[in-house]
Design a protein around this ligand. Structure first.
Ligand code: DGJ
Length: 768
C-alpha cells in the first residue's frame, strides 16, 4: 500500500519519497512533509509549531486558539478571507456574493488505479493508488475533492481538484488551481523553460526571494513559458541535493505561482490560468481541473528528470509507439517548402532511403490551393496538380520504395482563402463586432462547436483510413486571438482533446508528432496523444543543445523531434559540422530535414554510415536513463544515456578557446568491477574546415580554395582520432583523460582536430 491513513494523518509513499499531511484541530489540511522517504513513525519533529503569532496577524478563531493564523501554517489547500494572504488556489463567488471561503475536511476515500477524467486527458494510473480528500466550505455546500494519485515506481504524485456545488444559486469560479502545497524555504532557485519561436525551452533560473514568481501562459502552453517548473534547493547540482518538479497534463493557459512568504514558507500552486476566466457552476455540477504532476528527488536535477522521464514514458505516452524506437524519418519541409511535385517527392524519398531513412514525411502544401501559407488551410482535397495520383498513390509508391509514409495536417486553423471558410465563416473564432486579427494569415477554428470537431475528425480519419499512413505530424501555427473569455479557451482545449481522442485512440498504430510552429505546444496534455513533439523549428545543433537540454529537465528524449538539417542554418546562419548536427539530433526522435542531393557526395556517404551506426545506439539514446553531466565549463555540454546494454555519451564544445585545455571525460553509472569497451563513433574531418592550414600539411603546394582541393573535399574526408579503451567500470568512472584537441600548432592523427561546435559521441558496452 502506498497510501496509509491513520487518525487523520495521510502518508503517501513512493519508492524514494514521502508526502505527509494531516487534518489539524481546525479541520484544515496541514502539510507536514514532502521530500525524502521517511521511516514509519512519529512525525512530531516535522509538524508546524505555533506558540505565538507574528504582529498584525489575523487569527482564524481567537477563542479556540490564539496562535492559529492561516498565513503561518503550511497547508495543502487554502481559501480567501480567513487570514491567509498568500497566493490562493481558489477564488469563488459564493451565494452570499462574497469570495470568502474556508475549506475544511469532510471525508476521504481510497481506490486503486487513478480514475479517468471526464473532460481532460490524465495519466494512465498503471500501478497507482488514489486518495480523494473531500473538503467542504464551512458556510456553503460547495466541495473541493482533492485527488492524490501515487505512482510508487516513478516517484510521482499527481494532484487535481474537482469543485462541486449543491447550492441552489450559481457559484462563479474565478480561479481554481489543481494543487497548492507549502514547503519550508530552502533558498530555492526556480527553473522555468522560457523563450520564443525558434528559441524554445531555454533554462531560466531565478532566485526565489520574498515575493512571488509566476510562470504562465495566456495563449495555450506556447513557446514563451512551458508549464513545467522546478524548485532547486540551495546547493543542489545535477547529481545531488533536493529538487522538486511540477508539471501539468494540460496544454491550455496555465499558471504556476511560487511565493516565498515573510515567515519562510514557499507556496507552490499550479493549474489553469485564471486569466479572463469566469465559470458558472450550477447545482449538481462539478468542475475538474487539469491533473498536475509532482515529483521530488534528493539526487539533484537529474534525479528529478529521471522521475519525470519514467512517468512520461510509463503513464503519459500511449499507443503502440509508447516504448518503440522511433523510425528515422526524412521530412520534406526544409527541402521543399511548398514547391514540390509527386516525382520530386519520390526522388527525395529514394535518396532518403539510400541514406537509411525509414519513414518519409510529406509536410505542408499537399492540399487545396496551398502553394503559400495564405491559402488552402481548412481544405482536405488533395492538390492533383502536385500529386496526380493522390495521397493513396503517393503513399503506395513510398511504401514500394521500402519506406513508411507520414503526413502533415494543421486541422485547427483556416485561411480566409479556402473553401471551408467560404462555406462556414461562422466556424472561425472571431468576434462579430471586430475585425479578426490573423496569425500566419489564418484564423482558428472554433473547436467548442461539435460540427467543427466532426468536420475535422471525418476529414482526417477519411485520409488516414484510405491511405497507407503510419505517422501524422499535427501542426498548429498561431496563437489565439478574438476569443470570448477564459472559459472559452478552456472549452476549446476540451474540444481539442475530444478531437485527438476520437482520431488517435482508435488508431494506436499511428505515430503522432505534435508541433506548433516548432515547440509551441510541448506539454503533457499533448503527450497523452502524441508520442513525440517537434521540439523547435530551429535545427541548429548549438541552439538545440539549449532547447533539448532544457526540455530534458522534464521530458524524455524519446519525445523530442530532432532533425539533421543543412548548414549554414536557416535560423541562425551558423555553420556547424555535419557530425555535430547528427550527434545532437541522435539524442531525440531522429530525422533528416534536408534534400540529400544538396549534400556533397562524401557527406552523403558519411550520413549513410552514421545512420547505420545510429541504429545500434538509438534505443539507448531515446529510452536509456538520461543525465546531464556537469562539465564545469559552460562551453562544453555533456549528456549521457544508459540502459542495460550500453552507455552513450555526447560531448559538444560550443566555443573553443585557442590553446585548448586537456579534456577530461566523466562517465557515470557503470558497474565498478565489470570490464567495458569504450569506443568513439567515427568523426569525419572535412578538408574545408582547415582552410589555409591545408598548405602546411600537404606534401605538395595547392591553393587552399583552389579547384583541386575543392574537388577533393567533395569526395574525400579524413577520420578524426577516435578514443578507444578496454577498462573496468571503476577505471572509466574515475574519469578519462582524452587525447588532446587542436591547439593551433599543427596536425596530428592522434589528436581531435575539431574546433568550434564540435562533438564527440562515445559508446560504452560491457565486454561479455
Ligand atoms: C511549422 C512547423 O514547425 C514546420 O516544421 C512546418 O511543418 C511548417 N509549420 C509548415 O507550415
Amino acid at each position: 500500500m502506498s497510501i496509509k491513513v491513520t487518525d487523520g494523518l495521510f502518508r503517501l509513499e513512493t519508492a524514494e519519497t514521502s508526502y505527509v499531511f494531516r487534518v489539524n484541530e481546525m479541520g484544515h489540511l496541514e502539510q507536514i512533509h514532502y521530500g525524502r522517504k521517511l521511516p514509519e513513525g512519529d512525525i512530531e519533529s516535522l509538524r508546524h509549531k505555533h506558540e505565538l503569532t507574528h504582529g498584525s496577524a489575523v487569527l482564524y478563531d481567537e477563542e479556540k486558539d490564539s496562535s492559529y493564523c492561516l498565513e503561518e501554517i503550511p497547508l495543502e489547500w487554502s481559501g480567501v478571507g480567513k487570514g491567509d494572504f498568500r497566493v490562493t488556489p481558489i477564488e469563488v463567488k459564493l451565494p452570499d456574493n462574497s469570495f470568502t471561503c474556508d475549506f475544511v475536511f469532510e471525508n476521504y476515500s481510497l481506490q486503486s488505479g487513478a480514475p479517468a477524467m471526464h473532460t481532460l486527458p490524465s495519466a494512465a494510473g498503471n500501478g497507482a493508488e488514489t486518495l480523494v480528500v473531500t473538503l467542504k466550505d464551512k458556510a456553503f455546500s460547495v466541495y473541493a475533492d482533492l485527488y492524490y494519485s501515487v505512482y510508487e515506481a516513478e516517484n510521482v504524485i499527481t494532484r487535481r481538484c474537482v469543485l462541486r456545488s449543491d447550492e441552489e444559486e450559481t457559484v462563479l469560479i474565478k480561479k481554481i488551481m489543481s494543487y497548492s502545497i507549502d514547503l519550508p524555504d530552502r533558498n530555492y532557485t526556480v527553473i522555468t523553460l522560457s523563450g520564443g519561436w525558434i528559441s524554445e525551452a531555454n533554462t531560466i533560473e531565478r532566485r526565489l526571494e520574498t515575493g512571488m514568481l509566476v510562470n504562465e501562459s495566456t495563449s495555450f502552453s506556447q513557446h514563451r513559458n512551458n508549464p513545467a517548473v522546478a524548485l532547486v534547493a540551495n546547493g543542489a547540482t545535477e547529481e545531488t541535493g533536493d529538487v522538486y518538479g511540477f508539471n501539468l497534463i494540460y496544454g491550455g493557459n496555465h499558471q504556476t505561482s511560487v511565493e516565498l512568504s515573510p515567515v519562510g514558507l514557499v507556496r507552490v500552486t499550479g493549474g489553469l490560468n485564471p486569466y479572463c476566466f469566469l465559470w458558472e457552476l450550477h447545482k449538481g455540477e462539478s468542475f475538474e481541473t487539469p491533473e498536475a504532476v509532482l515529483t521530488y528527488s534528493m539526487n539533484g536535477k537529474n534525479g528529478m528528470s529521471q522521475n519525470f522521464h519514467a512517468f512520461v514514458q510509463n503513464q503519459v505516452v500511449r499507443g503502440e509507439w509508447q516504448k518503440k524506437e522511433r523510425p528515422i524519418l526524412i521530412n520534406n519541409w526544409e527541402a521543399n517548402f511548398f514547391q514540390f511535385r509527386q516525382n520530386s517527392l519520390l526522388r527525395l524519398a529514394k535518396r532518403g532511403k539510400r541514406l537509411g531513412c525509414e519513414l518519409f514525411v510529406l509536410d505542408d502544401g499537399w492540399f487545396g490551393d496551398r502553394n503559400t501559407d495564405t491559402a488552402g488551410l481548412g481544405d482536405y482535397a488533395v492538390n492533383r496538380k502536385k500529386l496526380p495520383d493522390g495521397l493513396e498513390g503517393l503513399s503506395q509508391r513510398i511504401n514500394r520504395c521500402g519506406m513508411k509514409f507520414g503526413l502533415w495536417f494543421e486541422p485547427e486553423n483556416v485561411n480566409d482563402n479556402s473553401n471551408l471558410y467560404r462555406a462556414h465563416p461562422e466556424w472561425a473564432i472571431q468576434r462579430p463586432n471586430r475585425k479578426a486579427s490573423l496569425g500566419r494569415h489564418q484564423k482558428m477554428l472554433n473547436l467548442t462547436m461539435p460540427e467543427v470537431r466532426d468536420y475535422i475528425v471525418e476529414n482526417v480519419t477519411q485520409i488516414l483510413d484510405h491511405c497507407s499512413i503510419s505517422y501524422v505530424k499535427w501542426d498548429m501555427n498561431r496563437k489565439v486571438s478574438d476569443f470570448e473569455d477564459g472559459t472559452f479557451l478552456h472549452r476549446y482545449m476540451i474540444g481539442y482533446y475530444d478531437v485527438l481522442s476520437r482520431i488517435f485512440r482508435e488508431r494506436p498504430w499511428i505515430l503522432l508528432e505534435g508541433c506548433a510552429s516548432g515547440g509551441g505546444r510541448f506539454d503533457l496534455g499533448h503527450l497523452c496523444f502524441a508520442q513525440q513533439i517537434w521540439a523547435s523549428d530551429d535545427t541548429d545543433p548549438v541552439e538545440r543543445l539549449k532547447i533539448q537540454g532544457g526540455l530534458s529537465l522534464f521530458y524524455p528524449i524519446s519525445t523530442m523531434g530532432a532533425h539533421l538539417s543543412m548548414a549554414p542554418h536557416q535560423q541562425t546562419l551558423r555553420d556547424t559540422p555535419l557530425f555535430t548536427r547528427f550527434a545532437v539530433a541522435a539524442f531525440g526522435a531522429f530525422g533528416l530535414e534536408l534534400d540529400p542531393s544538396d549534400l556533397k557526395p562524401v557527406e552523403r556517404k558519411t550520413v549513410a554510415s552514421l545512420l547505420e551506426q545510429y541504429r545500434k545506439i538509438r534505443k539507448t539514446c531515446q529510452f536509456g536513463r538520461f543525465s546531464r553531466i556537469e562539465t564545469g565549463n559552460r562551453n562544453i555540454v555533456q549528456w549521457q544515456a544508459q540502459d542495460e546494454e550500453k552507455t552513450v555519451i555526447l560531448r559538444v564544445k560550443t566555443m573553443v578557446p585557442a590553446a585548448q585545455r586537456n579534456d577530461y571525460l566523466t562517465v557515470t553509472g557503470l558497474k565498478p568491477d565489470a570490464l567495458y569497451h569504450l569506443k568513439e563513433i567515427g568523426n569525419p574531418l572535412f578538408l574545408h574546415r582547415f582552410g589555409g592550414l591545408m598548405k602546411h600539411i600537404l606534401p605538395i603546394k595547392l591553393k587552399p580554395n583552389g579547384f583541386i582541393l575543392r574537388t577533393v573535399d567533395k569526395y574525400m574526408k579524413m577520420d578524426d582520432f577516435a578514443e578507444s579503451y578496454t577498462a573496468s567500470g571503476a577505471q572509466l568512472m574515475a574519469g578519462i583523460r582524452l587525447h588532446r584537441s587542436f591547439i593551433g600548432t599543427g596536425f596530428s592523427d592522434k589528436m581531435h582536430m575539431q574546433g568550434d561546435y564540435s562533438a564527440i559521441l562515445i559508446e560504452i558496452a560491457e565486454e561479455k
